[in-house]
Design a protein around this ligand. Structure first.
Ligand code: C2E
Ligand code: MG
Ligand code: MG
Length: 301
């Protein structure tokens, strides 16, 4: 603090530095002068726009298809959020999800996405599309609301959906040592909603979590897939997949980008593939075309 600076101003700066450090436990201190002011103002602006953006449907659901390992069959998709600015440009989730996770707003966004997916599934059912499961991401902060399962169950009922068709993805690190979260996941499974463990292989892979029987699917993170072609990477993947299968889990490989990776995953009898090799996340209209195309192909075969 400068000598002639007001205590209130000094305090405000210290608070700002504190907020900036956020949940990063690796930082023991942060200097106010090192804060990226522009990014901070941008964060503030995003926070201020959040309520209106929810109301005016600026958040869009994009879908990334998942395919059987042979590539022949579409088996479902993952719903991924995109924020459409008024000028038509898009903001990617990497820019705002961590921010909304820090300030707790994420729970409302996750619920919005879940509701949007249920609503869309009901429309597709009515329009005669084949109904395939769509998985929705839930952040750790969303899992702490006591009435969460009841609320989500009511949304499913409101749209008269079979709970099999909306799945929940929870990132691996969210449940590390968290028995209360595992209980919530158990409640979801009881009402028929499948749970997918996302990003497996990143952060602190807790093998004990696999033994909790709270999951239906293991989603192997791209960082594991990237090492296909290397002896050690392939050995690790071989053992992770056979362990998961022996535990009765469905295995989805995420971030599959080339045929060499695909062929290795086919050899290991991985179940499903999600990655740019087959399809990128796409807006609803493109996803509908993809569903139609796949349907026609399957009918012809
Ligand atoms: P995620 O749930 O692990 O989603 C997969 C991410 O990997 C997506 O990025 C997808 O576009 C990307 N991806 C898929 N295949 C490939 C590939 O072959 N190569 C590469 N390079 N990338 C691939 P996206 O859409 O940017 O989402 C990033 C993360 O943001 C998601 O990771 C998820 O953690 C979070 N997210 C997205 N939507 C939501 C949401 O509605 N709620 C919450 N809580 N988090 C969300
Ligand atoms: Mg995911
Ligand atoms: Mg993932």
């Amino acid at each position: 603090m400068k000598e002639d600076e007001l205590v209130e101003d000094g305090y405000a700066k210290a608070r700002l530095a504190c907020d900036f450090a956020g949940g990063d436990h690796t930082k023991r201190y942060v200097f106010y002068r090192d804060i990226n002011q522009a990014a901070l103002y941008e964060d503030q602006e995003l926070e201020e726009r959040f309520d209106e953006a929810l109301e005016t449907h600026e958040f869009e659901v994009w879908y990334q298809p998942k395919y059987s390992v042979s590539g022949a069959e579409m088996v479902g998709s993952e719903a991924l959020v995109r924020w459409r600015n008024k000028d038509g440009s898009l903001i990617s989730p990497g820019r705002f999800i961590p921010l909304f996770e820090k300030n707790g707003m994420i729970a409302r966004l996750d619920e919005y996405m879940f509701r949007s997916v249920c609503c869309q599934q009901a429309k597709w059912k009515e329009e005669g599309y084949p109904i395939l499961p769509v998985s929705v991401n839930l952040s750790r902060a969303s899992l702490y609301y006591s009435d969460l399962v009841e609320k989500y169950e009511n949304i499913i009922k409101e749209y008269q959906l079979d709970a099999r068709y909306v799945q929940i993805e929870v990132t691996e690190s969210a449940m590390e040592g968290k028995t209360d979260i595992l209980k919530v996941l158990g409640q979801f499974r009881k009402i028929g909603v499948q749970i997918l463990m996302d990003d497996f292989g990143t952060g602190y892979s807790s093998l004990a979590v696999l033994n909790t029987r709270c999951f239906d699917t293991l989603k192997l993170d791209k960082s594991l897939i990237d090492h296909i072609g290397e002896e050690k990477g392939e050995t690790l993947l071989y053992h992770v997949i056979s362990m998961g299968k022996q535990l009765g889990l469905n295995i989805t490989a995420e971030g599959v980008e080339n045929t060499m990776q695909l062929e290795y995953l086919q050899k290991l009898h991985c179940d499903d593939i999600q990655g740019f090799l087959f399809a990128r996340p796409m807006p609803k209209a493109d996803f509908e075309k993809e569903m139609k195309k796949k349907c026609e192909e399957q009918i012809r075969e």
